[in-house]
Design a protein around this ligand. Structure first.
Ligand code: GDP
Ligand code: IMO
Ligand code: MG
Length: 427
């Protein structure tokens, strides 16, 4: 059985949670590898409807070890709330583990995320304000505090004291905010540590052993390729890599051990937050998609910007991820449309281009070149085999495969676990 990375191939919210929940039924391990509680993964299965932010979407399967990998930044308060909430709903979380190397989101990260955004004014990134960016910045600056640090209270106090002195200077002198109290933060994090200690461990050994035993291991992504700090619409990006390359790093697995990379695409595009989005629809069609699909952020509730599928961006994310297969979700949202469009190229300053520019000013000037396809105007939510899809829907899927040069493995036609059609086998 292979190791499969499941990654977002657009701007996030493609339906990664649903796909992971579905495939996790055959797996023995799911590892979340990046992001933090900026992610919101919705799962609808026989146990109920859930919004997960940090806990891997395999948690509903008792036999699946669920690991929050070293590449994730963890707000312990949010994680404990998520565990409690699942337990109250009857979901067992005793098979949840946390990498001792995962960095923690601290109260100053939350404050700074808000203060930095406000300071940017009209140029704000539109972050989720969960402290994720500042926590990854501290990881790179070697100022981070990690899950493993919670296991040694003396060492935690020493480290926190040094970091907090510095953070308080920034809070008070740069932003005119109130300083944080060492005693309060320390005692709060000691409590979190006591609660989470049984789950914190050297998880790379677990991952290695599962892979060596030949078990199906899923690496669960957060966000999407176009939010990657290197390849996304920088600086309107997130702060950790949502790419397949990030999956190995964030799970502690060597890249030679990854067998498949599945990119999850919506049948159209959405984006939350600021930054260019060439196919955005600021019209009634965009509104129709948003309302029909209830495109509002799982984490922040913000309305998502909606637009047509951008095959230029989709091809780019196929390439930088090295996708072996694609999943198309939310095909059913297109069921009512008489026709719809796919962006097959851009016009940049009067020239046709077929690549995704690295420079956001150039991307913002790109005008989409569309191809219009006929709709099928029939419900697909109860269809379970590819042959039964309306001819126009199959034509659409085939065109996407052609445009992104990648086979489509799976097509989703509703939020439920069973609402999926296998086109070509993943395994
Ligand atoms: P994620 O962050 O990639 O896990 O995606 P989100 O959970 O934030 O957003 C995807 C939304 O689409 C969720 O509300 C899912 O329940 C829903 N969803 C996933 N696949 C489908 C599908 O094929 N059809 C419909 N109608 N909804 C879907
Ligand atoms: P999932 O895993 C969609 C966006 C934010 C903002 C930018 C930076 O559910 O797909 P951040 O808080 O990360 O510093 O914000 O990234 N963003 C997401 N958009 N889905 C997500 O996660 C996102 N996580 C972050 O809206 O534009
Ligand atoms: Mg989401």
């Amino acid at each position: 059985m292979p190791v499969i990375a499941i990654v977002g191939a657009q701007w996030g919210d493609e339906g990664k949670g649903k796909v992971v929940d579905m495939l996790a039924q055959q797996a023995r391990m799911v590892v979340r590898f990046s992001g933090g509680d900026n992610a919101g993964h919705s799962v609808v299965n026989p146990s109920g409807e859930f919004k997960l932010h940090l806990i891997p979407s395999g948690i509903f399967n008792a036999g699946v070890a669920c690991i929050i990998g070293n590449g994730v930044v963890i707000n312990p308060k949010v994680l404990i709330g998520e565990i409690d909430n699942l337990n109250e709903l009857g979901v067992d979380t005793s098979h949840l583990f946390i990498s001792d190397r995962a960095h923690l989101i601290m109260p100053y990260h939350l404050l700074l995320d808000g203060l930095e955004e406000e300071a940017l004014g009209g140029k704000a990134i539109g972050t989720t304000r969960k402290g994720v960016g500042p926590a990854f910045a501290d990881k790179a600056a070697r100022l981070g505090i990690r899950a493993g640090d919670l296991l040694d209270k003396e060492a935690l106090k020493e480290r926190l004291s040094a970091v907090l002195d510095y953070k308080n200077v920034i809070l008070t002198k740069v932003y005119g905010a109130k300083p944080l109290s060492l005693d309060e933060v320390y005692s709060q994090y000691c409590q979190y540590g006591e609660r989470l200690a049984p789950c914190i461990r050297e998880t790379t050994i677990m991952v290695d052993e599962a892979v060596s035993r030949g078990e199906l291991v899923i690496l669960e992504g957060a966000q999407g390729a176009l939010l990657d700090p290197d390849f996304g619409t920088y600086p309107y990006t997130t702060s950790s890599s949502p790419l397949a390359a990030g999956s190995c790093l964030g799970a502690g697995l060597g890249p030679t051990r990854l067998d498949r990379v599945l990119g999850v695409y919506k049948a159209y595009c959405t984006r939350v937050g600021s930054g260019p989005m060439p196919t955005e629809l600021n019209d009634q069609t965009g509104e129709l998609i948003r309302e029909r699909a209830h495109e509002y952020g799982t984490t922040t509730g913000r309305p998502r910007r909606c637009g047509w599928l951008d095959a230029v961006a989709a091809r780019f994310s196929r390439r930088i991820n090295g996708l072996t297969g694609a999943v198309i979700t939310r095909l059913d949202i297109l069921d009512v449309l008489p026709s719809f469009k796919i962006c097959v190229g851009y016009e940049l300053d009067g020239q046709k281009i077929d690549y995704f520019p690295g420079n956001i000013a150039a991307l913002a000037r790109c005008k989409p070149i569309y191809e219009e396809l006929p709709g099928w105007q029939a419900p697909t939510t109860d269809i379970r085999s590819y042959e039964q899809l309306p001819m126009e829907a199959r034509q659409y899927v085939a065109r996407v495969e052609e445009l992104i040069s990648c086979p489509v493995n799976l097509i989703c036609v509703g939020p439920g676990r069973e609402q999926a059609i296998e086109k070509t086998p993943i395994l």
